[in-house]
Design a protein. Sequence first.
Length: 133
Amino acid sequence: MSLLIAWLILSVAVWLTAAVLPGFHVKSFKSAVIVAAVFGVLNFFLGWLLFLVFTVVTLGLAWLLAFLTRWLINALLLLLTDRLSDHLKIDSFGWAVAGALMISWSAPWSRGFFPGCDGRAPGSLSSARQARG
């Protein structure tokens, strides 16, 4: 259930980003759902790997500036999503960076509308600690 809510939140964030940014185009909300699925899968499989590569190449500087690194990696993954799917059209790398920033800000903010969906896996150690009090 938590995965479906996170997917819905990302879909809304993609759709809102397309509504606000003129260089970030999504055909419809259904397209935003598909884009969110592709982007989520790419982020799951490639996001950590790209972060590791950036950290090694920059000798740890990427780890120190983790928010900026994740922001740029998300922009690259959005461009890759654009190339893999015909449901998303991004005009340039600058619009991808702006879109990544807006999605990064809007997705966690919108989780406040869904109590109990804090992004942690149900069986994770941190959720178990929180449940104990």
